[in-house]
Write a protein that binds this ligand. Structure first.
Ligand code: SF4
Length: 345
């Protein structure tokens, strides 16, 4: 088991739950816009938020932002170690630095000193696009070993300053490379791992890459906090991250929907019913399984296993609850009755 760190009140690693995090897309210095986006992300279940800190104005803005949000805020720092120190002074709950561009050992030492005074974690975030040239030369280009060695150098440096509040990420845009790198580093360090596929792309491609890469790692027990990286609204990153954890049985976040793909036997508008039920229950927090099945071939079996479910017939359906047939429904009543029954559970 990995060590446990705390971003304010939220733990990462150890025996704690796997957390979902995202990153704001607003200009951090635009306090109102950033707060609004974070509150929206909180609402859909974001556990930890990260903001880019490209300049001193952004670092200073963190204080006002923090005062208006509930979840921990991590400052994302590239190039200028002084921005990390300024972010710590503004009350950031964690710092992310990139070993490929933060500079000399003395600069890292200053960042560690500031974090140590407030006992806030440092994430060493290696990206495939910013591995130091010396590692690429030594390990024959970009591969799992050069990625891992790049991260380890920074981890060892932070340790040498007698600090161990460390989280590590080691992301590539290539799924297999990311997977290999995380497996390798997982064997070498006791620190919690922030897992993700970087620059994974737009909604469809990014979701698939993330599901494969992060999912494969989580199934092996690797990963303590996750970020889905999408060229899209970060709300979607959080929703997808939560669903990933839910479908792996790692966290419960509301209903689990089961629905069949439909076929030539389907005699009700199952697609519309499934979509409508899912939309209407999008705010539901109950840990229930809802089966929406097209016919009696597989329908009753799935619907019986679920907390609530239907198996369709010709313009009608049979309603099951906890494995027991409750009643027959006309097609037009299926959606409303399913919602009512979930409310009663
Ligand atoms: S449950 Fe019935 S309708 Fe749905 S795909 Fe299977 S056989 Fe077809």
């Amino acid at each position: 088991m990995k060590s446990k760190i705390y971003y304010n009140q939220v733990s990462v690693g150890g025996d704690g739950p796997i957390t979902v995090q995202s990153m704001t897309t607003t200009e951090t210095a635009n306090i109102n816009a950033t707060v609004k986006q974070i509150l929206d992300l909180q609402e859909v279940g974001c556990d930890i938020i990260r903001c880019a800190v490209p300049d001193l104005e952004s670092a200073k803005a963190l204080q006002a932002i923090k005062n208006q949000i509930q979840i921990p805020l991590i400052a994302d720092i590239h190039f200028d170690y002084r921005l990390a120190i300024a972010s710590v002074h503004s009350g950031a709950d964690g710092i992310r630095i990139n070993p490929g561009n933060i500079g000399s050992k003395d600069k890292v030492k200053e960042v560690v000193k500031a974090c140590k005074e407030k006992n806030i974690p440092i994430r060493v975030g290696v990206n495939s696009g910013s591995v130091k040239q010396s590692f690429l030369d030594q390990y024959h280009g970009l591969n799992a070993i050069s990625l891992v060695e790049s991260a380890l150098e920074q981890v060892r440096m932070i340790e040498s300053f007698d600090y161990n509040q460390i989280v590590v990420s080691i992301k590539a845009s290539d799924v297999r490379l990311t997977y290999d790198a995380y497996r390798l580093i997982n064997e070498k360090i006791p620190y919690p791992l922030h897992v993700g596929i970087t620059e994974a792309g737009t909604m469809l491609n990014g979701t698939i890459k993330s599901a494969m890469g992060i999912g494969a790692l989580l199934l092996q027990g690797i990963g303590d906090t996750i970020r889905i990286s999408l060229t899209d609204d970060p709300i979607k990153e959080v929703v997808i991250g939560r669903k990933m954890l839910q479908f792996l049985g790692l966290r419960a976040y509301g209903p689990n929907f089961i629905s069949c793909p439909t076929c030539g036997r389907t005699k009700i508008n199952l697609t519309q019913i499934a979509q409508e039920v899912e939309t209407r229950l999008s705010q539901c927090k109950k840990d229930v399984t809802i089966a929406i099945m097209g016919c009696v071939v597989n329908g009753p079996g799935e619907a019986k296993e679920a907390d609530i479910g239907i198996a369709g017939g010709n313009g009608q359906a049979v309603l099951f609850k906890k494995g027991v047939v409750i009643r027959k429904l006309r097609e037009s009543e299926i959606i409303d009755v399913l919602i009512e029954e979930v409310d009663k559970l």
